[in-house]
Design a protein around this ligand. Structure first.
Ligand code: 3HC
Length: 313
């Protein structure tokens, strides 16, 4: 009888050999649990992430911007459904995963608990939030769990459009009237630090990173991805004449990276704990949408049951 130790060794050898783990493969309970945790939170982030942007659909400055914003938000819904399906391959039902979010039990990315106050925020969200998400999701295209890696390949293709359209909004505003330039700078000031928090706590304070790296769920650490994001985005800000709100930001010739100021981890922990500016509003909106959509789920389930009965007859 192959004991668990042997199974674990075979599993790790597969991961180390860059073979994908598939749903029917044996996997340690911890690996499964870690993936359900991360992928479900990723899915929740995609779905809740629609809310801050949805706030501006009716107020987009023109038809072109409205069409782009609508397309982006619809993409996010699709990303959420893709990732909820990936969670189901691990044996967790969709209902349980969604109930965990609606009941306030499950996390989603802290970034979506900030308000979108002006149209420039829609630019900052696309440029910074989707920009940070891409940094992380391109890395996840190489994650060891097959369904998650494949979902990421599809999602990253759409994510790059999200980032480009956001950067274009900021670029147009920064070349506009003084009020438009100020609106773009104000949005950068408010979204910069919360975007850095998307990469998670520092490596020293990340309880999951070591194991996630060993299982190749994560291929780069939180701090590594955050640094790449800073190095790239600071230059993008300079190109459009905006200033990153970090007085300690300085190019370090010897490391070839930007040195930057310290993230406010108290704010991070507060928002993650549910005390951010919009946490309650986001959860209430998700619960209302779920309740309002009950009839669609019931109709779809009734249709499926009737079809199955006809087939069985
Ligand atoms: N917001 C909320 N919770 C966060 C967080 C954040 N910004 N960063 C970390 N956390 C949580 C983790 O979930 C974990 O809590 P848990 O044990 O209850 O799950 C805890 O803080 C410790 O963090 P770790 O770094 O140890 O956790 P991970 O190894 O899971 O790393 C992560 C955190 C890098 C966010 C990782 O979970 C990940 O890569 N997730 C998938 C990508 C993702 O979710 N991106 C966020 C947004 S998606 C998006 O923006 C979509 C775009 O289209 C708009």
């Amino acid at each position: 009888m192959t004991d668990v130790k042997n199974l674990e060794e075979l599993f790790q050898a597969k991961v180390d050999g860059e073979l994908k783990i598939e749903p029917k493969d044996w996997m340690p309970d911890g690996y499964r649990k870690n993936l359900v945790r991360q992928i479900s939170q990723h899915a929740h982030s995609e779905v809740v992430g629609m809310l801050p942007e949805g706030n501006w659909i009716t107020r987009a400055p023109n038809l072109r911007r409205k069409a782009i914003l609508l397309a982006k938000i619809q993409d996010e819904a699709g990303h959420g459904l893709y990732l909820y399906s990936a969670v189901e391959t691990l044996g967790t039902t969709r209902e349980k995963t969604v109930d965990d979010l609606l009941g306030g039990k499950a996390k989603y990315s802290s970034i979506f608990n900030y308000p979108t106050l002006t149209w420039a925020d829609i630019g900052a969200v696309g440029w910074l939030v989707d920009g940070a998400a891409i940094m992380n999701q391109v890395m996840l295209c190489r994650t060891s769990y097959g369904p998650y890696a494949r979902a990421m390949v599809r999602i990253c293709k759409e994510e790059s459009f999200h980032q480009r359209q956001g950067y274009e909004i900021m670029s147009v505003l920064s070349k506009g009237t003084p009020e438009q330039r100020e609106m773009a700078q104000d949005a950068l000031n408010r979204w910069w630090w919360p975007s850095l928090m998307m990469f998670g706590p520092s490596d020293a304070n990340s309880p999951h990173s070591a194991q996630s790296m060993k299982w190749k769920i994560k291929r780069q650490s939180n701090d590594e991805l955050r640094q790449t994001f800073i190095d790239r985005t600071v230059q993008q800000a300079e190109v459009i004449g905006l200033k990153v709100p970090d007085p300690k930001l300085k190019w370090n010739e010897s490391t070839q990276h930007y040195d930057s100021g310290e993230i406010d981890w108290t704010e991070f922990n507060n928002v993650v704990a549910g005390n951010g500016p919009c946490n309650k509003e986001r959860l209430a909106a998700r619960n209302k949408a779920h309740d309002d959509g009950a009839w669609v789920r019931e109709a779809a389930m009734a249709y499926a049951a009737k079809k199955a009965k006809r087939k069985a007859a």
